[in-house]
Design a protein around this ligand. Structure first.
Ligand SMILES: CCCCC/C=C\C/C=C\C/C=C\C=C\C(=O)SCCNC(=O)CCNC(=O)[C@H](O)C(C)(C)COP(=O)(O)OP(=O)(O)OC[C@H]1O[C@@H](n2cnc3c(N)ncnc32)[C@H](O)[C@@H]1OP(=O)(O)O
Ligand SMILES: Cc1cc2nc3c(=O)[nH]c(=O)nc-3n(C[C@H](O)[C@H](O)[C@H](O)COP(=O)(O)OP(=O)(O)OC[C@H]3O[C@@H](n4cnc5c(N)ncnc54)[C@H](O)[C@@H]3O)c2cc1C
Length: 556
């Protein structure tokens, strides 16, 4: 995050000064924004940067215990520098959060500089190798030119020039949220690879007396656990490609001072980061549990995969907060649509009349047709966004201000943002396959994955579709069965579909997910290498167990 911030927020002179040092690893930096007391509420950050025109320096300070920077990755022991986000004060006025490059440690002996107290925040649930750290600033002075001034400036006499958009400071977070969508795709692909390969190796239970124990991958329940998640990994692969394309396009526009799509990008990246990381987080646990006891062993790779992935739901914007950000924009789009404005591509459906006639009993509609089903996802999203938006309007009519009305409707707003994200993902998956140049055999297999993703997505949220009369109960039941009917077809190619991710064993880090399937021998080898097995009799015997046993034996 340190380098992308410099690349996006530096003037050309600052780029020339700082970036070569980063690229050559002559300095190592972190992104120090979160504080003990604030991570989500950026405008509440307390670190200050007061400009001193006499020396043309900024004085950075952590005025309170809650202002200590807390969590930034590699801050504790590794980083020599940080981008520090602080409240900028000049000529007696506060101008809000701005980024500053601060050197933390000497480049000679790596010791913290004067005015810098820095260290590791202590053991965490995961990310063990990462020294997430704390930083307390004691009136630490930095040159004026260390404020990143691409968008806003402080002149030598202290005059402040404001940015074209205050939220341009938030640009790195948007970029990393887009990366996290990719991270979700990768994590779910890894978990699917481990679980499906192991499920092809593991045989368990005797269905009928005398028959060989079946592969657990042959059980419909095991397939129902794993194949929708496999399909989701493929869906997230295509959606992260689409998200990155939109990010790149909008970022190019921003670089040409066209800020027209910055809100749409913020809303989409926020919703997709939250949606994909939540789904992946839950999916990792399903994959682990589908591997039985061995899934709980460190040898499976799941404990580390989960512990390192799960903070994706928190960092870079806590998921609920980001869903609310996305929903806030959707509500605004409903208003714009009602006033006749044209809406941007990813939200244009909110101005369409997607109201459908209740299908009643037997609808005669082709419930296996993906294009038709995507139109139902669209209808669900539109209904939920309009419902939440109407809640906000009713709150305002009842005398609330906008903030109060948004807060009062926030549960529905989160549901609306989730439905919007889900529609975008399902639509992108189906459309991406249409554009894919692939053999008919491959198209057929990928169509099976897209179908099970779309069917299961409706089955797992059938309440949304039935409550709004988008589907009848019997239609929802039919779609649920369509998903189950696909499972044995996907079974045929399941192992090939995870092999296609091409994770090397060294990357997968899983005995259960080994490419050669040689699990049991390697589990035993792995166990023998466990530190506890260095000696047959563990040293603790002589200190504790031995005396205890001998003392009690003497009583026999
Ligand atoms: C290839 C595989 C890679 C896998 C791994 C990938 C990544 C892993 C790497 C890193 C992870 C490790 C480190 C993690 C780092 C961090 O966590 S860094 C810190 C992250 N912190 C946050 O994200 C803070 C979240 N909070 C916020 O963003 C803001 O406080 C919040 C948006 C919630 C509220 O802003 P605020 O100004 O207080 O209130 P408003 O809601 O009124 O917003 C004002 C307007 O600003 C618009 N806006 C907000 N954010 C943005 C944005 N980013 N871009 C554009 N616009 C934004 C918002 O929509 C409002 O606009 P309107 O007034 O409605 O027009
Ligand atoms: C592994 C890891 C690495 C990190 N790396 C970095 C880093 O490199 N740099 C950095 O600056 N930070 C980093 N962070 C910090 C991270 O960005 C914050 O933890 C994150 O932004 C969440 O903020 P918070 O901790 O204040 O949570 P809070 O916002 O306090 O969340 C707590 C609860 O409050 C709820 N909540 C908060 N606001 C609202 C609201 N407006 N409406 C409804 N509910 C709300 C949330 O939904 C959540 O349930 C890292 C964190 C972790 C776990």
């Amino acid at each position: 995050m340190f380098i992308p911030t410099l690349e996006r927020q530096c003037t050309s002179e600052q780029r020339e000064k700082f970036l070569p040092l980063c690229y050559d690893y002559r300095i190592i930096g972190t992104y120090a924004q979160t504080e003990l007391g604030h991570g989500t509420f950026l405008r509440g950050l307390e670190t200050t940067a007061h400009y001193d025109p006499n020396t043309q320096e900024f004085i950075l300070n952590s005025p309170t215990i809650s202002s200590i920077k807390w969590w930034p990755g590699a801050l504790g022991k590794t980083s020599t520098h940080a981008v520090v986000l602080a409240q900028l004060y000049t000529l007696g006025k506060c101008h809000g959060i701005h980024p500053f490059v601060v050197q933390l440690r000497s480049l000679d002996d790596h010791k913290p500089l004067r005015g810098i107290t820095v260290g590791d925040i202590g053991p965490k649930m995961g990310f063990g190798p990462n020294d997430n750290g704390y930083l307390k600033l004691h009136k630490h002075r930095i040159p004026r030119t260390n404020m990143l001034m691409k968008y806003s400036q402080v002149s030598p006499d202290g005059t402040y020039t404001k940015p074209p958009r205050s939220t341009l400071t938030y640009g790195t977070m948007t970029f990393v949220r887009v990366l996290i969508v990719h991270g979700s795709a990768i994590a779910l692909a890894k978990a699917s690879t481990i679980a499906i390969r192991y499920s092809a190796v593991r045989r368990q239970s005797e269905l009928r007396p005398g028959e060989p124990e079946p592969q657990i991958l042959s059980y419909p329940t095991q397939q129902h656990k794993l194949f929708p998640l496999l399909a989701t990994a493929y869906a997230f692969h295509f959606v992260q490609l689409a998200m990155m394309k939109i990010y790149t396009d909008v970022n190019d526009q921003i670089n040409n001072s066209n800020f027209s799509r910055i809100q749409e990008l913020h809303a989409l990246s926020s919703g997709l980061k939250a949606f994909t990381s939540w789904v992946t987080n839950a999916g990792l646990e399903v994959c682990r549990m589908s591997c039985g006891g061995h899934g709980y062993s460190q040898a499976s790779g799941f404990p580390r995969l989960y512990a390192d992935f799960t903070p994706s739901c928190t960092y870079e914007g806590e998921n609920t907060v980001l869903m609310l950000q996305s929903a806030r924009y959707l509500v605004k789009c409903v208003r714009d649509a009602r006033s006749g404005k044209t809406l941007p591509g990813t939200v244009s459906y909110l101005s369409e009349d997607v109201s459908a006639v209740h299908s009643g009993g037997s609808s005669g509609r082709d419930l296996s047709n993906l294009d038709f089903l995507i139109s139902l996802y669209k209808q669900r999203a539109s209904n939920q966004v309009h419902f939440a938006s109407d809640k906000v309007d009713r709150g305002i009519s009842a005398g609330m201000d906008l903030v109060g009305a948004l807060n009062s409707a926030s549960v529905h707003l989160v549901s609306a943002a989730k439905a919007h994200s889900h529609y975008f993902i399902a639509k992108t998956f189906v459309e991406s396959l249409k554009l894919l140049k692939a053999s008919s055999e491959l198209q057929n297999v990928l169509h099976q994955l897209a179908s099970v993703y779309v069917f299961e997505g409706i089955a797992q949220s059938s309440g949304d579709f039935i409550e709004d009369y988008i589907l009848s109960g019997s239609e929802a039941k039919t779609i649920r069965q369509l998903a189950v009917d696909l499972l044995p077809l996907i079974r045929v190619n399941a192992v090939s579909l995870v092999d296609a991710f091409s994770f090397r064993d060294e990357v997968l880090q899983s005995v259960l997910g080994r490419y050669d399937g040689n699990v049991y021998e390697n589990l035993f080898k792995w166990a023998q290498n466990s530190p506890l097995n260095k000696t047959d009799v563990h040293p603790s015997y002589h200190k504790y167990l031995g005396p205890l046993l001998k003392r009690n034996q003497s009583k026999l």
